[in-house]
Design a protein around this ligand. Structure first.
Ligand SMILES: [Zn+2]
Length: 537
């Protein structure tokens, strides 16, 4: 049909006067933009997956219109939460394994394994913690061998730094009483294997457990995503994956079957290194791989954390998983190939080694944003090195309140003062990144927010807070799980705050994180979560 020129002119001139049509308008909210001024607005306009603007309801409705309007009914909007250190894929896989978290005795563990053992040949479970038991000793595999004769059973501790393996599993892994492993321990009692494995010893068994099928891997990623969206996580930094999982994530992102934004640290494997040091980082909207993860030591709970002085409750000082020269060489390679060097360091000796080698390779005032994961026990003489070498502390606030019951027994009264020292770490670079390390802890980021701000467990213990001088303010804790976490993965221009041009990733909560009573903070409900302007929960 031919349209007369005059009519066409009228049409277009009408359109000039209309408001800009956008994909989504949210009004009647308290919108915490978490920008540099910590602005609070009432409405958001979203188009093509990005924030177009935020402002008062009038400002937004005068500029924009949309067929998709959401009245937030006075509720509270925050940038989508970012978990700066978690094991997203492992968590997803665990959802199909026997869940041993919150067990209160070894007998209860055995009962659960009996009830839930699948028909698969291997029986795999995860999540026990002997520190939660009345008799807080490591178990042995004696009962597993009786209950499951001839079957390989592998039950890992909550932190993934220790495990109990049945006799059959040890046999298949070729572990004998004379096996020695550097950076690991194999439990022996009166000359016999107990089934206990610590740190590097775990891999001996893990490498012979049949790998999950691609179908199972896909289900794991999707199950993890579903649960994470429901608690308001729209981005996660995954602390170590192999290339096959990274490629699967890429595939699922491309087909739209996975929507979670993932910043992935590549694990320290030969395959990852040959691939990424040749191809360079992956930087895309939903997936970035521009970091490598290395383990300096083990964990405090299993006494694998590397300490400058022996444990207060044992004659040992923990485990260094590789020599410093190895890490230094790898750090040089990361620097040359444009990757962040992220080092798991729990003990004060591991942290010192990490800081010194980062200083040596990266130098002072460097722009590399290298990270220490956990930074859990730091000697007072070393804390300034975080500032000097621009090292980002990547911390897990719930570790403080999960470990506080027994950490002093491990460390003694003096050394504990430099542990879980989040405010001191924050002061070094005026930022830190917060995560949960799930599945070591619960996935809910508000548990971390509560622990960071209040430093009590969810029953309110201890009443005055654990080393409360190291608590974060609410604004600091919020930034640590939004824009500082984004900064820690070089993504602050795209996410972590609600500002024009950034991803429309946000959550609607039923209460105000900034003003809700202390005891409400971990009970706050996520009403909705949006990724790229799309409602995903
Ligand atoms: Zn971790």
């Amino acid at each position: 049909m031919k349209i007369p020129v005059l009519l066409l002119f009228i049409f277009t001139s009408c359109q000039v006067n209309t408001k800009k049509e956008v994909d989504l308008l949210i009004t009647n909210a308290t919108v915490y933009c978490v920008d540099s001024a910590f602005r609070i607005h009432q409405a958001i306009a979203v188009h093509n997956g990005r924030i177009v603007n935020t402002g008062t309801v009038d400002e937004i409705l005068n500029q924009f219109e949309s067929e998709n309007k959401v009245d937030a009914a006075g509720k509270f909007i925050y940038p989508g939460f970012i978990d700066a250190h978690c094991h997203f894929y492992a968590y997803g896989l665990n959802l199909s394994e026997i869940d041993l978290t919150a067990t209160t005795s070894w007998n209860e563990v055995l009962d659960k394994v009996k009830q839930q053992a699948s028909a698969d040949e291997w029986i795999v479970g995860r999540g026990w913690d002997q520190n939660d038991w009345a008799e807080n000793q490591f178990p042995t595999n004696a009962m597993l061998n009786v209950l499951f004769p001839g079957r390989p059973v592998y039950l890992s501790r909550i932190d993934g730094h220790a495990a109990i393996a049945s006799e059959e599993a040890l046999n298949r892994a070729g572990i004998t009483t004379s096996t020695v492993i550097s950076g690991g321990e194999i439990g022996l009692k009166e000359g016999n294997l107990t089934g206990l494995l610590i740190d590097n010893a775990l891999a001996l068994v893990e490498k012979i457990i049949p790998p999950p099928s691609e179908q199972k891997m896909r289900q794991a990623l999707q199950a993890a995503e579903k649960n994470c969206f429901a608690v308001g996580l729209t981005s996660v930094t995954e602390a170590g994956l192999t290339l096959d999982v990274i490629k699967l994530i890429q595939q699922l992102h491309a087909s739209g079957e996975l929507k979670m934004r993932l910043d992935v640290m590549a694990s320290d494997t030969p395959e990852n290194k040959s691939y990424f040091f040749t191809h360079g980082p992956i930087v895309s909207e939903r997936l970035t791989v521009r970091a490598f993860k290395f383990y300096a030591d083990g964990a405090l709970g299993s006494r694998g954390a590397l300490l400058l002085q022996p444990y207060a409750d044992a004659g040992t000082s923990g485990l260094q998983l590789r020599p410093a020269e190895y890490f230094e060489k790898e750090a040089e390679k990361c620097k040359a190939a444009g990757f962040q060097f992220c080092m798991h360091a729990i003990g004060d000796s591991a942290n010192r080694m990490a800081l010194q080698l980062i200083g040596k390779v990266a130098g002072e005032n460097n722009p590399l944003r290298w990270r220490i994961e956990h930074a859990q026990v730091v000697n007072e003489n070393d804390i300034a090195l975080f500032g000097k070498y621009n090292v980002i502390p990547s911390i897990q606030p719930t570790h403080a309140t999960s470990d506080m019951y027994w950490a002093e027994a491990r460390l003694g009264g003096e050394r504990i003062q430099g542990a879980y020292a989040y405010q001191s770490l924050l002061n070094q670079n005026a930022l830190l990144a917060a995560g949960s390390d799930f599945p070591v802890e619960h996935i809910n980021p508000l548990y971390g927010f509560y622990a960071a701000v209040v430093r009590k467990d969810q029953s309110g213990y201890p009443s005055s807070g654990f080393q409360v001088r190291e608590a974060l303010t609410r604004e600091q804790a919020l930034r640590a799980m939004t824009n500082w976490a984004a900064y820690a993965s070089f993504e602050e221009n795209n996410k972590g705050s609600l500002e024009p041009g950034k991803f429309a990733d946000f959550v609607i909560l039923d209460q105000d994180l900034m003003t809700a009573p202390e005891t409400e903070l971990f009970r706050i409900k996520v009403l909705a979560a949006y990724v790229n302007g799309e409602k995903v929960y």
